[in-house]
Design a protein around this ligand. Structure first.
Ligand code: TYD
Ligand code: MG
Length: 439
């Protein structure tokens, strides 16, 4: 059979372009085995099933443990995806180093040689006795090593680089990924060993190879961030053993990743004082409120067409908010070049930061700074109205924690809030907001 590597479409004929997903050059040959009848499985009556608490071990990196739902579940298969160079190998090597203080860890690298890993480990200052490095691509070797040393945790870096000798196809093809993953899943479940699998991400942002890889594992984590910035976010997309609302925040520095216990403080640390166009808003990442600095710069256009550029915020959302500001406030922004940026390389597509964005734009446009002790949250509608948002209480608490003295929020959210230590200013439209902000 021929199979498409991006969508799993199969056919007995080769295609240059996949009829399923429209991708070019994705077909590869695959040997299909006949279906074999297996023993019939055991049946259980629901009330009679014993519940076992999952056994967990701690990795020693608390942000990592919390994203996993409170530690690593024994026997679980965890996939970690992310752009090349974002820090997946670094994260797992650091976690392995910590884990190896108490358990034997096998780190299988199909991409880097053992000495390359040693160099990296030295830089990261991880040199535990219990950490075993192996660089081979044949996945079945893993069995010998599990026998030889009493392995408690396995890391596979990466699933695209290894192969199973029972298949003739090259590493990284759909069939290889499928077979290797189910082979690993068998080991994890049978021997109660947690296995971490690194998966590369394609241009479009999904894990290279079939989507089905995500179905085959218990937990899918994505490691995200802007490579040019130091912040990294570890996010759970699927977790059979915990919530997907947790995120972990890290800094990528000279000596590897370090945990960020207070992201708001980190993202606001370099905020300029008394500058126009700088505003603080609060976004929710997972279940965690994070204060962010929104920066806007409006400068008169020199050449006919005004330029708009954004970093960390949705470009089309900015165009929409600009149209609202022009129409409802009467500002002539079409003769201004406009740049909007969320400082620190964190992005947010939450409408709850609309009011912050609008205020930053107007602050720069009018050259009037906004008091640095003010935070603003609220969604802006097309008529300039400020619409209610979710999790207001959490956001306000976060602002209070970081020493903000007042917070602008949607009027409709105001009466549900009990917090009294911070001045709350309920606003119902942008005109009202700006008359208070820029008297
Ligand atoms: P890596 O973990 O190799 O990424 P991935 O496995 O996701 O492809 O990370 C490589 C990047 O991280 C590289 O560009 C350099 C940077 N880095 C640091 O900034 N500090 C460090 O201590 C290490 C090990 C890497
Ligand atoms: Mg890597």
């Amino acid at each position: 059979m021929y199979k498409c590597e991006s969508c799993d479409y199969s056919s007995s004929k080769w295609f240059g372009r996949c009829p399923g997903c429209g991708e070019w050059n994705t077909f590869s040959e695959e040997v299909v085995e006949e279906y074999r009848k297996e023993e019939s499985p055991l049946l259980f009556k629901l009330p009679e099933i014993d519940i076992k608490e999952e056994e967990r071990i701690k990795s020693g990196i608390s942000e990592f443990d919390s994203v996993l739902g409170g530690g690593i579940v024994l026997g679980s298969l965890v996939l970690i995806g992310g752009d090349p160079g974002i820090g997946k190998s670094t994260l797992l090597l650091q976690a392995s180093g910590e884990l190896a203080k108490e358990h034997k860890v096998l780190y299988v690298s199909g991409e880097e040689s053992a000495s390359q890993i040693k160099i990296r480990a030295d830089r990261l200052n991880t040199s535990s006795e219990g950490l075993y490095i192996s660089s081979y691509n044949n996945i079945t070797h893993i069995l010998d090593q599990i026998e030889k040393i009493d392995v408690k945790v396995i890391v596979i870096d990466s699933i695209q680089a290894i192969y199973h000798p029972s298949l003739p196809s090259a590493p990284g093809t759909v069939s290889q990924i499928k077979v290797c993953t189910s082979f690993l899943s068998g080991i994890a479940k049978k021997r109660n060993i947690p296995i971490f699998i690194v998966g590369h991400v394609t241009k479009e942002g999904s894990i290279a190879g079939p989507k089905l890889l995500e179905h085959m594992v218990d937990t899918v984590l994505y490691f995200e961030g802007d490579k040019n910035h130091i912040f990294r976010i570890l996010r759970a997309y699927k977790n059979r053993f915990g919530s997907t609302n947790e995120i972990g925040v890290f800094l990528m520095e000279e000596k590897g990743l370090s945990e960020v216990k207070n992201p708001s403080l980190a993202f606001l640390s370099e905020r300029p004082k008394g500058a126009s166009g700088s505003v603080v808003s609060c976004t929710i990442e997972g279940s965690r409120p994070i204060l962010i600095e929104i920066q806007a710069l409006a400068t008169p256009t020199i050449y006919g067409m005004a330029r708009r550029d954004t970093l960390g915020v949705n470009y089309n959302r900015i165009l929409l908010l600009l149209a609202v500001l022009e129409k409802r406030m009467g500002y002539n922004l079409s003769t201004y070049d406009l740049f909007v940026n969320i400082a620190g390389g964190i992005g947010s597509s939450e409408p709850a930061i609309d009011l912050g964005i609008c205020s930053a734009i107007v602050s720069s446009f009018k050259e009037k700074p906004i008091d640095e002790k003010i935070a603003l949250v609220g969604e802006v509608g097309l008529s300039g109205e400020i619409r209610g948002i979710s999790n207001v209480e959490k956001r306000i608490e976060e602002a209070l924690k970081l020493g903000f003295s007042s917070c602008f929020l949607p009027k409709s959210n105001l009466d549900k809030i009990k917090e009294k230590q911070i001045e709350l200013i309920g606003v119902s439209n942008i005109k009202e907001t700006f008359s208070v902000l820029f008297p």
